[in-house]
Ligand binder design. Structure first.
Ligand SMILES: [Zn+2]
Length: 193
């Protein structure tokens, strides 16, 4: 069951079928993301174009459609401390609720963001005719920091310049994924009992 992310989809129908979409899209499909990214170090001839992997599951009823899933991929940004290019991950869960109108926000599951089609004119006006690509792009854009900087433990020339003592002995492997526990919880909900 493969459905495309490009073009219009009928969200109401996808939700009714509890359908899912898995897609792999070139980063170049997301023009607004590209506009914020650093031109990848001009490796002539090399097509080291990034890829965004999208997986979405649809559910819901009536006038509220839930999109649950994941985004994977990264974009090249310029570290604002050392001005070097860096790879920035855009990976993370997606939890959206889409409705046509401003409506009953009560009962919205925790962690879900409500999107009203009335307020998002690039997505379409009806649940039957929604453009998913700009919706996914909005999610990607939300993950790009206003002031990108190398994370802790990463090579950042700017930090060295400031004269910080480099502490190489310190093991830094902190990967916090605040939503993964919640996602597991949601996934296990509804099973059993
Ligand atoms: Zn840096």
């Amino acid at each position: 069951m493969s459905r495309s992310l490009t073009g219009q989809v009928n969200l109401r129908e996808l939700a009714r079928q509890e359908a899912s979409i898995e897609a792999e899209l070139p980063l170049s499909d997301f023009e607004r993301v590209i506009a914020l990214s650093t031109p990848a170090n001009n490796k002539a001839g090399e097509s080291d174009e990034g890829v965004i992997r999208v997986s979405l599951r649809f559910s819901g009823e009536h006038d509220l459609v839930f999109l649950r899933g994941n985004l994977e991929g990264s974009v090249t940004l310029t570290c604002q401390r050392c001005m070097e290019a860096m790879d920035y991950s855009l990976a993370g869960p997606v939890k959206l609720a889409v409705s046509e109108k401003e409506q009953e926000v009560e009962g919205l599951p925790k962690g879900f963001e409500l999107i009203c089609l009335l307020d998002a004119d690039d997505l379409g006006l009806k649940l039957d005719e929604v453009h998913l690509l700009p919706l996914v792009e909005d999610e990607l854009l939300l993950r790009i920091p206003l002031v990108p900087m190398h994370g802790e433990g990463a090579e950042c020339l700017g930090r060295a310049r400031v004269g910080e003592v480099s502490d190489e002995a310190e093991p830094k492997e902190e990967i916090t994924r605040p939503f993964s526990a919640l996602a597991d919880l949601m996934a296990s909900k509804g099973k059993g009992h």
